[in-house]
Design a protein around this ligand. Structure first.
Ligand code: NAP
Ligand code: GDD
Length: 393
């Protein structure tokens, strides 16, 4: 569980992990660095998955789903000077344990040598490419870096898998995380036939990743499915995306821990679903008999203002008294309206969302109210500073 600041409440110094074992490595985790047998000392699991972006929102839900289905799950993790494993601490096993089913490997989508080594070591049956610099606003500040990770990083991964297939008898299925941002200014509703008109360096890079997927399918026969996912949120959503920024700030304001919430464009409309539902769609795409492209969405759209209203209603607050406009959160080019038509995945793979818009908002508000209450206890006891919430990029 993340604290308000992205830290783990009650976390120690990193010498001891959340599971109580001590050791080196990230957050007390011993990262896998051996060879050949990635699943402990026993025989290898018949179903192995590799997830890039395992420390992110979607990666954590997907890892949970795959572990529950009996997969041996391997995750690519970036070296960081601070802990980045908060979302997966609860499912992490000590790799010294023979039956550990979740393994982490240091790697980066900008490092092709490492990607090749990890793929040869893990020998995955399924690869989920979720790693990305995923913040649209930040992509305007860091366009080259975003392209390197999101576009070229995807290409590096596909090339590593293509070479692995040539030297092994294994041919992994690949899920490529595309985005509804690729539709950009194309009018809603958007489906698999809608033309792309990307409006940010992030979206342009995702379009490149999409086309690399189609091209490697056609040219080399790789099983690559492109998931064109519309916005999906959860209590694990990063704090600088608008939904989580709102639910964190309103709950803190409610408890007197913060005074103001600064936001940009309240008129933008998004098709918001629950991340837990969307990782199920990713998995279903790789169980299909052939690779394809699928839109994943709820078919409902709401403005940022409506999200604010819904969250404030749950808290019985008047949001207009606490929200202020800050132009720094505007984007040089905005995506005004996204609304997905997910008929294809519903009819082909039987996928439908289970969480409604109001259910999603309530889930996030209740989670963040609980976090704020814990923060308040710590603040009252003098263990943490009372502070205005951190801003947004
Ligand atoms: P997220 O929470 O921002 O997670 C991104 C993940 O990518 C993190 O694990 C991050 O690692 C990792 N990462 C960043 N740079 C990397 C690099 N250079 N090499 C390897 N890994 C790197 O994103 P998310 O919401 O889970 O989204 C997952 C994927 O779906 C992303 O590709 C995103 O663009 C795409 N997508 C998301 C949505 C949505 O609404 N959530 C919709 C459509 C598409 P750190 O933890 O170290 O930062
Ligand atoms: N982040 C943010 N912060 N957005 C704000 C704010 C603010 O203070 N105020 C208004 N917004 C508006 C943005 O201008 C945008 O129109 C909308 O809220 C949603 O912004 P985000 O939550 O940052 O998400 P996004 O739609 O730009 O991108 C997310 O969804 C994409 C799928 O459509 C990300 O998860 C992308 O990685 C993903 O591909």
């Amino acid at each position: 569980m993340n604290g308000f600041n992205g830290n783990n409440f009650g976390e120690g110094d990193g010498a001891k992990g959340v599971n109580g074992f001590s050791g080196n490595g990230v957050n007390g985790h011993n990262l896998h660095s051996g060879h050949g047998n990635g699943g402990g000392n026993g025989s290898r699991s018949p179903r192995r998955a590799l997830i890039t972006g395992i420390t992110g929102q979607d990666g954590s839900y997907l890892a949970e789903l795959l572990l529950a289905k009996g997969y041996e799950v391997h995750g690519l993790i970036r070296r960081s000077s601070t802990f980045s494993t908060g979302r997966i601490d609860h499912i992490y096993d000590d790799p010294h344990w023979e039956n550990a089913n979740l393994r982490l490997h240091y790697g980066d989508l900008t490092d092709s040598t490492g990607l090749r080594r990890i793929i040869e070591e893990v020998e995955p049956h399924e690869v989920y490419n979720l790693g990305a610099q995923s913040h649209v606003r930040v992509s305007f500040d860091q366009p080259e870096y975003t392209a390197d990770v999101v576009a070229t990083g995807t290409l590096r991964l596909f090339e590593a898998i293509r070479d692995y297939i040539a030297i092994s008898r294994n041919s992994p299925k690949i899920y490529q995380a595309c985005s509804s941002e690729m539709f950009g200014s194309s009018s809603p509703p958007q489906n698999e036939q809608t033309p792309f008109h990307p409006r940010s360096p992030y979206a342009v890079s995702k379009v490149a990743g999409y086309h690399y997927g189609v091209n490697y399918r056609e040219a080399y026969g790789l099983f690559i499915s492109n998931g064109i996912l519309f916005n999906h949120e959860s209590p694990r959503r990063g704090g600088t995306f608008v939904t989580r920024k709102i639910t964190r700030a309103l709950t803190r304001i409610k408890l007197g821990l913060q005074e103001t919430l600064f936001l940009g464009n309240l008129d933008a409309k998004r098709d918001w679903g629950f991340a837990g539902d969307y990782v199920e769609a990713m998995w279903r795409m790789l169980q299909h008999d052939r690779p394809d492209d699928f839109v994943v969405a709820t078919g409902e759209t709401h403005s940022v203002r409506e999200f604010l209203e819904e969250a404030a209603n749950v808290l019985e607050m008047d949001w207009e008294r606490v929200v202020e406009f800050d132009p720094r959160y505007l984007r040089p080019a905005e995506v005004d309206a996204l609304l997905g038509d997910a008929s294809k995945i519903r009819e082909t793979l039987g996928w439908t969302p289970t969480v409604t818009f109001s259910g999603l908002v309530r889930m996030m508000v209740e989670h963040d109210l609980n976090l704020a209450e814990r923060e308040q206890v710590l603040a009252d006891a003098g263990h943490v500073m009372r502070r205005q919430a951190s801003g947004d990029e």
